[in-house]
Design a binder for this molecule. Structure first.
Ligand SMILES: Cc1ncc(COP(=O)(O)O)c(C=O)c1O
Length: 386
């Protein structure tokens, strides 16, 4: 009855995560959603009332999205070192729809799609629908291991395979928390040129920086070959599902077809409220508020890891975002049930691999729980891992 394309998609990891984050007393490091107590409720009430005055907020918008919002977003991209214009912006329903639009537009069955190992598993599910030939490249503390990527590209070329695109979350990666250095962003851009593939840069966490220096987007290094995905989910609210795609102008017409045939346009009301939020300078204020709230939580988790974890456990040192990635000496799939019984949840690392999953890793979210529970949760985990 079901199509092969939908039947092929394994969503068990997502279901498992969703069931874990709904547990009451358990200290949850499993989530990845923003804290609702940090939503700017007062501003939202005012913006919603103001947007409601305008009948156009309830009309269809164009498929690319509200022109004024696209102008604001184009200006906003400058902070990531990207010079662009509204013609290169399409407003999407979440960056999730951006991923789908890219896959629909570019991936034929059997095309090579390179992903990071580990990577964001919902993106894997989305690409899977388009039946690609997944290949993966490992990460280290500075993002994609460029030498390994070059080896992979050489091997694929020798096998007569062409690479269609590479999907990366280069800044505060989900799940690993690491950020690709500018040197590597430049090297990635050069490889994309040499081997003629597209880069899909997914950057929903980029503004959540609590340490270190800002980096330029990958798109700043490879403007003609990068589709950049931005999102308001983590810096405003996810419920409006407002996000955007920023791509070279010559790709926009076909990307627009991909969106038009999916949902005609993005929800207009959310676009109008988001436009007001940006125009009034409230986005800046909210980003500041989030950094102040999340930064100390990240520091608390890193300190607790240092204090409680046994010698044979390693973890990444993020400069922002929402996640720390642990490599342990145990099978984290098998350990999960016992962890939840003892009162702490995480996401097993195996969920984040397109191929050959490692079973000794886990993703920890540090933005959801309060600091005292973060310490206690890390202590409980350390007991299990010792
Ligand atoms: C790497 C990554 N990409 C995309 C998304 C989807 O975000 P959005 O709410 O913009 O669809 C998420 C959400 O957690 C994510 O972690």
């Amino acid at each position: 009855m079901f199509s092969r394309r939908i039947q092929n998609v394994d969503t068990s990891a997502l279901r498992r995560v969703l069931s874990l984050i709904s547990g009451g007393e358990v200290i949850s490091f499993a989530g990845g959603v923003p804290s609702p107590e940090l939503f700017p409720m007062e501003e939202l009430r005012e913006l919603v009332a103001e947007a409601s005055e305008n009948p156009l907020a309830f009309q269809y918008s164009s498929t690319l999205g509200l022109k004024e919002l696209r102008d604001e977003i184009a200006r906003y991209m400058e902070r990531w070192g990207v010079r662009t214009s509204a013609d290169e912006i399409m407003v999407t329903h979440g960056s999730q729809q951006g991923i789908d639009a890219v896959a629909r537009t570019f991936v034929n069955p059997g095309d090579v799609v390179i992903v990071e190992a580990p990577t964001y598993f919902v993106a894997l599910n989305t690409f899977q629908i388009y039946e690609p030939d997944f290949q993966q490249v490992p990460l280290d503390g500075e993002g994609i291991d460029i030498e390994r990527l070059e080896d992979l590209l050489r091997r694929l070329k020798a096998e007569g395979k062409t690479v269609k695109l590479l999907y990366t979350v280069p800044t505060f990666q989900n799940p690993a928390g690491v950020t690709m250095s500018e040197g590597r962003r430049n090297a990635l851009a050069e490889l994309a040129e040499a081997y003629d593939f597209l880069i899909v840069e997914d950057n929903p966490y980029g503004e959540l920086r609590y340490r270190g220096k800002a980096v330029k987007a990958v798109r700043a290094f490879a403007p003609d070959r990068t589709v950049y995905l931005g999102s308001f989910s983590k810096v405003f609210v996810p419920g409006f599902r407002i996000a955007w795609l920023n791509a070279p102008e010559e790709l926009m017409e076909r990307l627009e077809v991909a969106k038009q045939t999916a949902d005609v346009c993005t929800n207009s009301f959310g676009q109008h409220v988001t436009l007001l939020f940006m125009k009034k300078g409230l986005l800046e204020r909210q980003i500041e508020r989030l950094r102040e709230a999340y930064g100390p939580k990240m520091e608390a988790m890193l300190e607790a890891l240092e204090e409680f974890m046994p010698e044979n456990v390693e973890w990444t040192e993020p400069e922002g975002g929402m996640f720390v990635w642990l490599r342990t000496a145990k099978n984290t799939d098998e350990l999960l049930e016992e962890a939840v019984k003892r009162g702490v949840a995480y996401v097993p690392g195996s969920a984040f691999y397109a191929l050959d999953p490692r079973r000794d890793e886990m993703r920890l979210n540090f933005t959801f729980e309060q600091i005292d529970r973060i310490r206690e949760g890390v202590r409980l985990l350390a007991e299990l891992l010792t």
